[in-house]
Every structure is written in C-alpha cells, then in structure tokens.
Write a protein that binds this ligand. Structure first.
Ligand code: C2E
Ligand code: CA
Ligand code: CA
Length: 641
C-alpha cells in the first residue's frame, strides 16, 4: 500500500521513517528468518526475494512510502500514480511548505485528481480551519488532521486505519460498479423478457402465415361475444377447390393465395368484425349484427369479393368460397363450441349445395346429420344382408330403338326405412369409404348379369372417389377380367367432377382404360364446369346429356340450345351422345331431328330387374328394326331380331 509524505522539514521525514521502519524492522526480521530457511531447505526464489523487499509491512498491511519536500512534487507523484494505476492510499501533507504551494493547495490539487486518496493534514498551528481545507479538498470524511509534533503510534494507526479503509473503499466502488453493471444487465433482460412474452402471446394467438388471429384467439373472442349476450354472426368460410391450387401451382402459391384472401377478407368485412384463420383454407368471421338478413348480406358480399381472379406468382387463380352461417341468439346461445359446430354443419351444407354459396344453419341440418349416421350404419351391412340390388335401364340407338346397352343402377331396400334412393345413399357412401365396397359389389353384379345378354354392354356408375383411388385402372381390369368378360362390353360412367379436379391424372387414367378396351361415358354432361372445348383431351366414347336439359328442352330455349350443341359437338368428336331422361315421344322426335345417336328414359323403359333386362336384351329392338341393317352382335351368341 502506497503512502505519500510531503513536508518541507527534513526532520519530519526522519520521524516518519522511524514510524514506518519500526514495523519495517519487524518485517525485515521475518524476512531474514525466511531467507535463512530458504538457504537451509531450498533455493526458493520467492522467499529470497522477500529479504530485499523495499516495503515495510504491518500485520496485514504493507506500506511503501514516498517522501517529498514540496507540494508540487507530491501533486506530480499523484499524477504518475494515477497514470500507472498504482495509486496512493494515504497522503500526509504538511501545511506550510515555503517556497512552493501550501498544504491546502496541495490537498486541493491532489483531490482533484484522485477522489479516493485519504488526506492527512499535519499541522503545528492552524493557519486554516478544517472546514476551509475540507471545502478545498473535500469530502470531509476523507480528510484527517494530526497535530505536530505527532506520536509515532498516532501516525502508524492513522496510516493503518486509512489504508484499510482505502482498500475497502476501492473494493466497495468496484463492487458498486459491478452491481450497477449487473443491474443494467438485469434491466435489459427484463425488457427482453417482456418483449419475448408479448411475442409469445402474439405467437400463441396468431397464425404465422397470415398474422391473422388463430383458432385460440377466435374461440376467446367468440366466448366473449357469447358472454356479452349480443346478437352476432358467426361465419365459417372455406375456399372451394383450394387443394387444386396447391396441387397445381405448389404449396407456396397456396400460401400466397391464403394471404391474399385474408387481406381481402379484412377489407370486405364490416368495421369491427374479426377475421381469424382456423387452419388450412378455413377462415372464421365474427361480427355484431342486428338481423339474420344483415348477416347473410355481409356473407354474400364476402363471397362476391372472393369470386375474383387472384394473380398468384403470375398464375390466374379463380377464387371461390363457401360459407356456413349461424346468427347467435343472445338469450339462448350460450355454448361457443355448439355455435362452432352448427356453423360447421352449415358450411358442409353449402359445400354440398355446390359451393360459392352461403348457408344459414337450421335445425334440419342437425337432423340430417343424425339421419346420415343411421344411413351410414345401415349401408355398411347392406351387402351382407342382401339388401342391395342392381336394376338395368336400356340405352337405345336411334335406328329401330335397338337396345345397345344397359345402365346399371343401384337399389337399396332397407328393413328400417324401406327403399332409399341412390341419390341419397351414394353421396353418403362417397363421404365414407363405403363407396369402394359398394362399387366393387356393383362391378361384380353387373358383370355376372351381362354375361347372359346376347351382346349389349353394361354401363356402371363410378363416383369421383372410386375413380381417384390408387391404381383404379388395375383394380377395374382385375375385377372385370376375373369373370372373363371382354372390356368393350363394360362401360365406365363418370362425372365431370371426377375428372376436372385433377384433369391431368384423369386424362392419363382414361387413356389407359381406353387402351385396355373399356368404354367410357361422361355422365350428367352439361351440369359441371367442363367447357365443350376441354373434353377433347379425354379419351371418351360417349357423352350423356343430363336429364335436366332434356326435360327443359320444350320449355326453355337455353336447354334446347345446349342439347343441340352437345349433340353437334359429340358428332364432331366422333362420340356417341346419349340423351338421358327421355319421357315423351315429343322429346324423341326433337332429339332425332337434332341428330342424337342414343336415348335412355322412362319413355323406353324404367330401370328393371335382371330377368326383365334379359328379355329386353334378347328382344333387341324396341321399335321396328331397320330391314337392311340387321346384323348380329359381334360378341353376341344370337339375336331375336
Ligand atoms: P344417374 O347416373 O344420372 O342415373 C340416372 C338416373 O335417372 C337414375 O336415377 C334413373 O333411374 C333416372 N332416370 C332414368 N330415366 C329417367 C326418366 O325418364 N325420368 C326420370 N325422372 N328419371 C329417369 P336413380 O336410379 O335414382 O339414380 C340416381 C343417381 O344415383 C344416378 O344418377 C347415379 O349418379 C347414382 N347411382 C345409381 N347407382 C349407382 C351406382 O351403382 N354407383 C354409383 N357410384 N352411383 C350410382
Ligand atoms: Ca349414370
Ligand atoms: Ca346421368
């Protein structure tokens, strides 16, 4: 520990030296002993070094004294000590030191450089009051006074006490600085934590793709609305054919479309409404309304807004959305989950209704769900119980009304509900996996019956889901050939929906089926999305004009025009055209004039059981056979014509 002594009297320096050398002697003695020990037992250099240590040492303090005669020298020494970092703990300063600066000025200058040094003013008579000095070289708690002449113990004790205090002060300051630093770090961490927390909250309640509120946030808002007992609308929105965008243009395009739709929704919904993304292409809207009409109108605006062409990475994507809507009754609707369920049911209905529409929930939807469940249950046992039958409706050619084939149509007679229409149970089977079982059964049945006919083909309906199953081609081939039937006597009826959802794959499937020799008919033609132009790329044999056009032919110009153009298009593409649902002679006449090649309908025969179908097949002509044209069926084993 460094001590600075400044006094103009040489005698004073001697006194100081005496004070500090007393302890120095003791230390030197200890050092001498150590040196002897070192000489005796080892050549440890550290121990030997102690003997020439210039410092004197107390019990636990070592003093290293610098002596100066003039204040300026002392100031300079303090300056040096600060620069080297080896600072003084205590300075003993004489007050009168002619000719240089006095003790007060010395103290002031030293203090200005070193805030920690303890100053001991050593004075014989008081030129300055302690207050004076303290003002110049404060703070008072670091200035001390010793009167001349002093006692050795007094100086020693002061030096020891102040030295220890100096060390503590320094340590304290370092500790404080460290503490301040720690506090600052903590403060930063606290801020960061707060930021992270709000980020976490945001992430937990928002969707990362669109930044829209997510399902959790939506459920919270919905619960809040219910609690506030207000009239509000809950709408579930789903994009139509979104999967197609993903499959055709890739997931990035799908994501981009979702983002665009979210932005559009925000712009379209009424002020204060909440738009949340529940997942995938599903959004939910929540808005206060005054009536159901208002809610429906809002939804219709939304559907209209989305029915636009989106530019996604340079591709044009036609937007379309379906909405299921519930308007909550503030008195009775208290369960948010039930509201969601009902909105979901309504959404299902709107999808079923052909997409791009709003459906408001009504109780019958709940009913219909229950009924569907029952149907599903019954259907899964129908085959085993022998409740399913196929009936056959003839398809006749224009010349002599020749029976060229039969459409196989499924019938289900249940114990519980009586006969159920395929228009009802096929879609239910389609939604579950039952359709595959039913479809396979139909193939087997139809092929068995077909073998008794002289040469006609059987036309079997396939639902979109059957058509899209893995290895559809292989599956059909295997089942038909198992019975040894030529593929050209088996016609596959599919609808536009089945092929246009994934046109490329469908084209490939149809091509392969056709290669194998199967006949292919496009069913319910005219009701779907396919343009007449589009169907050219599909390998087809036959177009079946939907019954609704035949029915409307006599009443509406549009239907007649559509029938005419389908017949002409079919002719141009070399396809057979079957008019479905022909019920009157008037329709027959119109169709024959238009050039229709084939017809089917109650006018000729209703769908009939296999025995009657066999009779019709053997009779072959429902009209007068054209005399010159009677030829045997290629694959037939005889005709009655
Ligand atoms: P679809 O394929 O359009 O079948 C023609 C429907 O029109 C049949 O109804 C048939 O009975 C009816 N129909 C025929 N001629 C006339 C007529 O002159 N007037 C009227 N008003 N209707 C006529 P059905 O048998 O009720 O079948 C309904 C639908 O169920 C079928 O429509 C078809 O989509 C589906 N379906 C029937 N059987 C099967 C099957 O085995 N598999 C699949 N996947 N679907 C089937
Ligand atoms: Ca059909
Ligand atoms: Ca049809």
């Amino acid at each position: 520990m460094r001590i600075l002594i400044v006094d103009d009297e040489k005698a004073m320096h001697d006194s100081y030296r005496q004070v500090f050398s007393k302890r120095g002697e003791a230390a030197a003695g200890g050092a001498a002993l150590s040196a002897m020990a070192a000489e005796l037992f080892s050549d440890d250099e550290d121990v030997a070094d102690l003997s020439d240590a210039p410092a004197v040492s107390g019990d636990d303090v070592e003093f290293d004294c610098d002596h100066f005669n003039q204040g300026l020298q002392a100031v300079e020494a303090v300056q040096d000590s600060i620069e080297t970092g080896n600072r003084y703990a205590v300075a003993f300063i004489d007050v009168r030191m002619p000719p240089g600066i006095d003790g007060k000025e010395t103290a002031r200058r030293i203090r200005a450089m070193d805030p920690d040094i303890n100053l001991v003013i050593v004075t014989g008579y008081s030129d300055f009051s302690p207050l004076d000095i303290s003002r110049a070289a404060g703070p008072a708690d670091k200035i001390f006074y010793i009167a001349k002449p002093f006692q050795a113990e007094e100086v020693m004790q002061t030096a020891t006490a102040l030295g220890a205090r100096w060390r503590v002060d320094i340590e304290l300051r370092e500790a404080r600085a460290l503490l301040a630093e720690k506090i600052e770090q903590l403060e930063e961490q606290k801020l960061e934590l707060a930021a992270n927390e709000s980020k976490a909250v945001h992430m937990a309640t928002h969707d990362s793709l669109t930044e829209a509120p997510n399902r959790l946030a939506f459920m919270r808002a919905l619960t809040e609305h219910v609690r506030e007992r207000e009239c509000f609308a809950l709408a579930m929105l789903d994009l139509d054919r979104f999967k197609l965008v993903n499959d055709t243009f890739g997931h990035l395009a799908g994501d981009e479309l979702i983002r665009m739709v979210y932005t559009l929704l925000q712009e379209t919904v009424p002020q204060g409404a909440l738009v949340a993304r529940l997942g995938g292409d599903e959004f939910a809207l929540l808005s206060r309304v005054t009536s159901e009409d208002e809610a429906v109108m809002c939804c219709e605006l939304v559907i209209k807004a989305i029915s636009t062409s989106f530019k996604v990475f340079g591709h044009s994507v036609q937007g379309s959305a379906s909405i299921g809507l519930v308007v909550a009754d503030p008195e009775n609707d208290k369960d948010p989950v039930d509201l969601m369920r009902r909105a979901d049911l309504a959404l299902n209905e709107s999808k079923r209704a052909g997409r791009g529409v709003v459906r408001v929930f009504d109780e019958s939807m709940d009913e219909s769900i229950r009924f569907r469940r029952q149907i599903e249950g019954g259907l899964s046992e129908a085959i085993e119980k022998g409740e399913l039958k196929l009936v056959y409706q003839p398809i006749v050619g224009r010349d002599g009304l020749e029976v060229v084939g039969f459409e196989a149509l499924m019938r289900w007679n249940t114990e519980e509900f009586g006969p159920i229409s395929p228009a009802m149970f096929i879609p239910i089977a389609e939604e579950s996996n039952l359709i595959h079982e039913l479809g396979d059964w139909a193939i087997d049945e139809a092929v068995k019956v077909l073998q008794q006919w002289p040469g006609q083909y059987v036309s079997v309906n396939f639902s979109p889901r059957q058509f899209r199953r893995q290895n559809f081609v292989g599956h059909v081939i295997e089942r038909v050939q198992r019975h040894g039937v030529a593929p050209n006597r088996f016609q596959i009826e599919i609808t536009e929906t089945a092929i246009f959802d994934d046109a490329e794959r469908a084209a490939e499937t149809l091509y392969r089926l056709r290669q194998m020799g199967f006949r292919i008919a496009l069913d319910d033609f005219g009701t779907g999305y396919s343009s007449l132009y589009n169907i050219r790329k599909f390998a087809l044999d036959c177009l079946k004009i939907d019954r609704s056009f035949i029915d409307g032919m006599a009443r509406e110009r549009e239907s007649a025009a559509i029938v005419n153009s389908i017949i002409h298009l079919g002719g141009a593409l070399g396809l057979e055209v079957v008019a479905e649902g022909v019920e009157t002679q008037g329709q027959v006449d119109t169709l024959l004039i238009a050039g229709c090649s084939h017809m089917q309908g109650y006018h000729f025969a209703r769908p009939v059981p296999p025995e009657q179908a066999l009779e019709l097949a053997e009779r072959r002509w429902l009209g007068a056979p054209p005399q010159a044209n009677v030829v045997e069926f290629e694959a037939g084993n005889g005709t009655n014509g």
